[in-house]
Design a protein around this ligand. Structure first.
Ligand code: C5P
Length: 221
């Protein structure tokens, strides 16, 4: 078939998952949220009381976890050992710790291997931090999406303000801290692949961004 792979990277709260889901829907492709995999591992380690410093224990435990990503009615469902943890992995506790576990080299290798398997047959829209640089360096379309930290915090705040006990300022601080850890880590840091299209979405609507990516796919090849 003429299916291609699409890699979407960028910092926290840039709207990658919403956009990736819309692009996947428009093209009848499979959406893979790699952040959800790091979040699922983090949720499980917190449950088991395993600290990010215990990297061998993290790796052993992660090797014995079954992580599944399944399409659901309102977005993707995430299952750990058969249990639906889609809501739990979005908690503030997971937000605060996920970038620490994501620094562990062995854990990254394990998840990257799974991610590559998911993309073997093409027709995948994958979002994350290292998709264009490390996971799928041969993806036919690569996008690096960002927006100002204020705008990213504001978008996230509008999504969660009714349910979460957090202020806009705290959220902005959390996002900036996660960006710092993701950009500065040694293994596959967050950065734009040389052949990725840069999209600053600060002043763009969801449909403008979605359309921009779909037209990159149309002009591909
Ligand atoms: O995309 P999301 O914000 O849900 O990702 C949560 C965290 O997982 C990121 O802040 C980053 O630390 C880690 N992550 C990663 N590599 C990816 C996807 C996510 O290190 N490909």
């Amino acid at each position: 078939s003429g299916n291609i792979n699409i890699a979407i990277d960028g910092p926290a709260g840039a709207g990658k998952s919403t956009i990736a889901r819309r692009v996947a829907e428009a093209l009848a492709y499979v959406y893979v949220d790699t952040g959800a995999m790091y979040r699922a591992v983090t949720w499980y380690m917190l449950l088991k009381g395993i600290e990010p410093e215990e990297d061998q224990k993290v790796l052993q435990t992660a090797q014995n976890m079954v992580i599944e990503l399944k399409p659901g009615v309102d977005g993707q469902k995430v299952l750990v050992n058969g249990e639906d943890v889609s809501d739990q992995i979005r908690s503030l506790a997971v937000n605060a710790k996920v970038s620490r576990y994501a620094q562990i080299e062995g854990l990254r290798n394990l998840l990257v291997t799974l991610q590559r398997q998911m993309a073997l047959r093409k027709g995948v829209v994958m979002d994350g931090r290292d998709i264009g640089t490390t996971v799928l360096p041969d993806a036919e379309v690569k996008v690096f999406m960002t927006a100002s930290v204020q705008e990213r915090a504001r978008r996230r705040y509008n999504e969660i303000k009714d349910t979460a006990a957090i202020t806009l300022e705290q959220l902005e601080h959390d996002i900036a801290e996660r960006d710092r850890l993701d950009e500065q880590r040694e293994i596959s840091p967050l950065r734009q692949a040389e052949d990725a299209e840069f999209l600053d979405t600060t002043n763009m609507s969801l449909s403008e961004v979605t359309d921009a990516i779909i037209s990159m796919c149309r002009t591909y090849g």
